[in-house]
Design a protein. Sequence first.
Length: 534
Amino acid sequence: MSQVAHLVCRIKPYIQPFERKLALREIQQLTGTQALQHADDENCFTINSDIDPDILLERLAYWESVKDGDLSWTKQSKREATIALSRNMMHYSELSSVLPFKNQVPIPNKRCLRYGPHDIHEYRGKFFPQLVRALLNLSGLPTGSFVLDPMCGSGTTLVEANLAGYNAIGVDLNPLSAFIATTKCEILRTTPLSIFGSYTRIQSTLQDSGFHQNSALNYFQTLPNDDQHYIESWFSPEVLSDLDKIATLLNDMPQSVCKDLFWLCLSDILRPVSYQKTEDLRIRRDPKNMEDIDTISVFLNQLSRTVRYVLAFLLGETPINLQAYQVIRGDARELANILANLQRHPDIVITSPPYATALPYLDTDRLSLVYLKLLTRHEHRKTDYQMIGNREISDSQRTNLWDVYLNQYQYLPQAIRDLIDDLDKTYRDIDVGFRRKNLPALLAKYFLDMKTVLRDINYAINDNGHVFIVVGNNHTVARGKRIEIRTAELIGSLGESIGMRLLELIPMEMLNPRDIFKKNSVTSEYIVHLQVCR
């Protein structure tokens, strides 16, 4: 019989109240016992358990340290601590001399969400990596289990699942999302030295004065004609020329994950060096003065920052026991077909789907999609209409969507039907803009789409499998009255309508966003926790 140990665990002092609750739940799930808070320190807890302390150090998401005689920092804290080093060091030899951490660990004193691969490429609505890790702990699943994210976005769930020793599969319709997610997962399988070598070679070339003499638009001329005209309208000739120098250089590199990483760094600077309003989710023109922009320097700064974060993270890891992963560019509403050929069923779903009409998901990435040849302008409108949670439809599309709703409304829970019908009645009687006029049809499409996704999840996932959905609420204003769109509750009712059990709705106190889209943040988010019942 194992001997019970008295472990002293310290929770991160800066986390949000909802994260603190999850922290206590994850340690209870892992140890089978409750953590006892110290009277003189609200962040210290004693755990009386026979668990191997190394398991807690390896797995905990919201805890800083575990003391079993000696004080040890959790792996999560060490991963976040690599940020402090990456800001001050660049050379491979500097980083490798102090990583992996030994005795001195620069433990963060504030929230850190973008360590290592999670810093690759700006992405609206980015998931919290610590949340994914905590939910995996709450599930109680053994390592080697199969994690599914059917709307994987930039791949946060896939990265964290792989790092925690799980198999992972992600699906997303946005080709840029699939590209980012794949690159993040592949970078975990790459040696730090190979990344640093590729970085130094491209840095040296871009800093060579002779390289800047080439003025031919070699890469630009490989774009379709319509895409060339579109790109020309968003970049000054000087910026376009510098972008082409970088793109041509990247295009000539042998295929590798480093090449993909560098392309994403180029994608990441397209917004700030274009005529687009930087903080606007939509593509709107800003009459910037572009004459003083040194595009190559902007790219090198972005490249240096990203490579530093990735290098520090990888050097800080002991050999990672990575399981399999797969990223599929596909439609979550076709999930049953996508998963049909897999050898096993998913054990758990962790996803943050598009929020109902909250963001122009595909449109935000339009410049990158076109310039990186991921989606032509001709294909863009069709793909945008297919996106779950899209906001842009024509009058004829609105009519068609409403006809679909009238034919299928009986398959939606009453609360969703009441919301859609009330909005339709209100907006039909008053003169409103096209966005509000479109809202009832768009909400009908959203909830019918989400029901299809949940139905396929319910079919595909293993018996008693857990489904965690992180989603935000929204609202509209009609006749001066604020009408809440309680997306989380309504998705919970959708799950129940197809036979899932709604275990809980966990409110997430909103964090202050750090990204360029902070003005467009949603006011409330929830974790919808469902379970398959069969």
